[in-house]
Ligand binder design. Structure first.
Ligand code: ATP
Length: 345
């Protein structure tokens, strides 16, 4: 297949397995985010793709060719790491041209490419400026341009935006995605920020404990999380126990919910219901009964905390659909089966 393929890739540090038997296909032109909590193995996986770490087992293929033992500088990669490592004594243009100069490109070629890249990163006219006189976001863009100078086949970034403040970071996420779409370059980014992954990626690869728990589009990860870990890690969710009653119907807190189907033979399962899918109604009327414990008005959204069956359920609504409820009030919780995702344990 064309693109990058990881087959059974494992990395052990002594007795510790940091990446465990990972399979992943990254078609050319796609944007992949490796997402997971600290220590889940995402940087180690990226470093193996970069050739900075040797897999203990498994193979890495690029366009069908085995590159597992090919050294980093022959893999045709562009890389940006958290510490941008720009050369502080060089200008913006000299930083961007650095790899071209090492490759022996003529002055004219260097200038042409630097100008192209400066336009691409919206810094035309900044070529002569010392990098020490740039803002954090501008430095970030220079590091990206420098990594793209040799038109690499694959672009690898490890937590590239984590040093930026929240607002700039959000703006750079959109910018990076737009740049990737314009160039059509295969891009793999490590992040622990799920919002960042959801903003940028075609495919989000959720990792935990060295394993890939799910690799899918952002919306599929959000709407159809594969297991409890993914459901809990991505966005906020309500995890609710479902039991099968003597007639074989699924029940929540002893209340039958039509349409929820548990895996064959299972007596119980956990379901994930996103807070925006929890609708509050009048109590009774066939809904699950609960009591409002707290209402949090965040301006753009309103969170209503409801105690039901000894558990806290959170409902999120917009001001327009605001449920007129207050703490202490009895309410019903209406769950439509199509928003209840039955999770693998
Ligand atoms: P973070 O978000 O904190 O950077 P990560 O998901 O990128 O985490 P890795 O850096 O890939 O995690 O590390 C995965 C595990 O492997 C961690 O438990 C880490 O301590 C361990 N590890 C990484 N590099 C080495 C090494 N060179 N020697 C020993 N253990 C290592």
């Amino acid at each position: 297949m064309s693109g990058l393929v990881l087959n059974n890739v494992t990395k052990q540090f002594g007795a510790f397995t940091a990446v465990d038997n990972v399979h992943l296909s990254v078609p050319h032109g796609t944007f992949v985010c490796l997402l997971g909590p600290s220590g889940c193995g995402k940087t180690t996986l990226l470093r193996m793709i970069a050739g900075l770490e040797d897999p203990t087992n498994g193979t890495i293929l690029l366009d069908g060719a085995d590159i597992t033992d090919v050294p980093t500088h022959k893999r045709n990669l562009g890389m940006v790491f958290q510490s941008l490592a720009l050369f502080p004594h060089l200008s913006v243009g000299e930083n961007i041209a650095y790899s071209l100069r090492i490759r022996g490109a003529s002055r004219e070629e260097q200038k042409k490419r630097v100008d192209e890249l400066l336009t691409l990163i919206h810094l035309s006219g900044y070529g002569d400026r010392p990098v020490s006189k740039l803002s954090g976001g501008q430095r970030q863009r220079v590091a990206i341009a420098r990594a793209l100078a040799l038109s690499p086949k694959i672009f690898l970034l490890d937590e590239p935006l984590s040093a930026l403040d929240a607002k700039l970071r959000e703006a750079m996420q959109v910018e990076l995605r737009q740049l990737q779409q314009k160039l059509g370059i295969t891009t793999i980014v490590v992040t622990h920020d799920q919002r960042e992954a959801m903003t940028m990626a075609d495919t989000v690869v959720v990792m935990n404990g060295g394993h890939i728990r799910q690799a899918a589009s952002p919306i599929e990860i959000y709407r159809k999380p594969a297991d409890t870990f993914v459901a809990d890690f991505i966005g906020s969710t309500n995890l609710i126990e479902t039991q099968v009653d003597s007639s074989g119907a699924a029940t929540i807190f002893g209340h039958r919910v039509q349409g929820i189907v548990l895996p064959a033979g299972a007596q119980k399962a956990t379901i994930s219901v996103r807070p925006e899918d929890v609708h509050l109604t009048a109590p009774g009327n066939g809904a699950i009964d609960g009591t409002v414990t707290f209402v949090r008005d965040l301006g753009g959204t309103i969170e209503t905390f409801v105690e039901a069956g000894g558990q806290q359920i959170i409902a999120v609504s917009t001001p327009r659909e605001r449920p007129e409820v207050t703490a202490g009030q009895a309410v019903g919780i209406a769950l439509s089966p199509d928003v209840c995702v039955v999770l693998k344990q």
